[in-house]
Design a protein around this ligand. Structure first.
Ligand code: NAP
Length: 329
């Protein structure tokens, strides 16, 4: 753990996963600028410290770096114990970290033997959210939120979610999860491995989980559960495993052709708004600023696809994910 002992114990505190780069890093900056303390949940603590320097924060007492590898369920449990050791109430959890590996020929596997992008993006976060729900419930803060980064490419109500390359997000009959989701099974649907689709499926699971948390716990706890699409942040390291030509052309295309480009700083400010601004307190929302960015554009609650919002699918994702991470439903 890297931390400073002098961050104010009365400041609101958020855990941000994957805060060592991109959206998570700039969310951390925006929250700290607003007086929050942020636990940066990162797999590489030294990188997180360097990232703080890069955004001009230096070594602020309001940033506490704690080690978390979401691709290992044991690391998730150890993180929760270390967080509890800080003895600080939790005001918000931001489910942000992700891997995207569209060029893989063969699946990679997590510590527990699950396909790596689903394990990191969904299963690790599912366990984290389930465990930290107790901490959110116990926190005395009046306004507590669990915020999830969704994406347009996993929402078939939007154009970006209909793109058939390699295929739209689709969990099928979830037989891959039901059969234990271990090699050779690498897709939730049990079908052939498609790396780009594995990412989209994992993000669909993120959005399904956010809505299911809302259904199950908002009424009894008052915690707000929302997801968001911050815009196309086309130049983050998320695309580091894409073709080099794609990494060059994609930001240009989003800036000049679609108008969907959003800077990392603006994306971080948007996430911080969803975490902290009273205007974003409602639960069960999927916040968006649209796909074509407009100057001073306002947020709205974007409709999600049936695949993301169907309660029966969500129940099955909940039960099967619980089994895969070793929790009772
Ligand atoms: P990014 O810069 O690559 O950030 C991803 C973060 O996740 C990094 O800090 C990375 O850590 C961390 N991470 C990866 N594997 C991990 C693991 N096993 N354990 C813990 N942390 C891990 O990408 P980004 O674009 O900011 O993406 C952040 C979120 O925004 C994702 O959920 C993504 O789906 C969502 N999003 C992005 C866009 C976009 O256009 N970029 C659009 C919509 C939604 P390392 O630094 O160690 O690699």
């Amino acid at each position: 753990m890297t931390s400073s002992p002098s961050s104010s114990p009365s400041a609101p505190l958020a855990i941000v996963t994957g805060a060592s780069s991109g959206v998570g890093l700039w969310t951390t900056k925006a929250l700290i600028d607003q007086g929050w303390t942020v636990v940066m949940a990162c797999r590489d603590e030294a990188k997180a410290q360097r990232a703080l320097q890069e955004v001009g924060l230096g070594h602020p007492p309001e940033a506490i770096v704690l080690s978390l590898d979401l691709s290992d369920l044991e690391s998730v449990k150890a993180f929760v114990e270390r967080f509890r050791g800080l003895n600080r109430p939790l005001t918000a959890l931001v489910i942000n970290a992700a891997v995207y590996k569209p060029l893989l020929k063969e699946p990679e596997w997590s510590a527990q033997g699950y396909e790596l992008s689903m394990a990191t993006n969904h299963l690790g976060h599912f366990l984290l959210a389930r465990l930290l729900l107790d901490d959110l419930k116990a926190s005395p803060a009046g306004d507590k939120r669990l915020i999830t980064l969704g994406t347009v490419t996993a929402n078939s109500k939007e154009l970006g979610g209909k793109i058939p390359i390699p295929a739209p997000a689709d969990l099928g009959d979830l037989s891959g999860f039901a059969q234990g989701f271990k090699a050779p099974i690498a897709m939730a649907s049990g079908k052939k491995f498609k790396p780009g689709k594995a990412y989209k499926d994992s993000k669909l699971c993120n959005m399904i989980t956010s809505l299911e948390l809302h259904r199950r716990f908002h009424g009894s706890t008052g915690i707000s559960f929302s997801s968001l699409y911050p815009g196309c942040v086309a130049d983050t390291p998320l695309f580091r495993n894409s073709l080099p030509a794609f990494q060059k052309i994609f930001p240009w295309f989003q800036k000049n052709i679609t108008g969907g480009y959003v800077s990392q700083a603006l994306a971080g400010e948007r996430v911080a708004q969803v975490v902290a601004d009273p205007a974003f307190r409602s639960s069960g929302a999927h916040w968006s600023w649209g796909n074509r960015q407009k100057k001073d554009g306002k947020q709205f609650d974007q409709e999600l696809s049936d695949k993301a919002s169907d309660p029966a699918t969500a129940l099955r994702v909940w039960d099967l994910s619980s089994a895969l991470v070793g929790l009772a439903p």
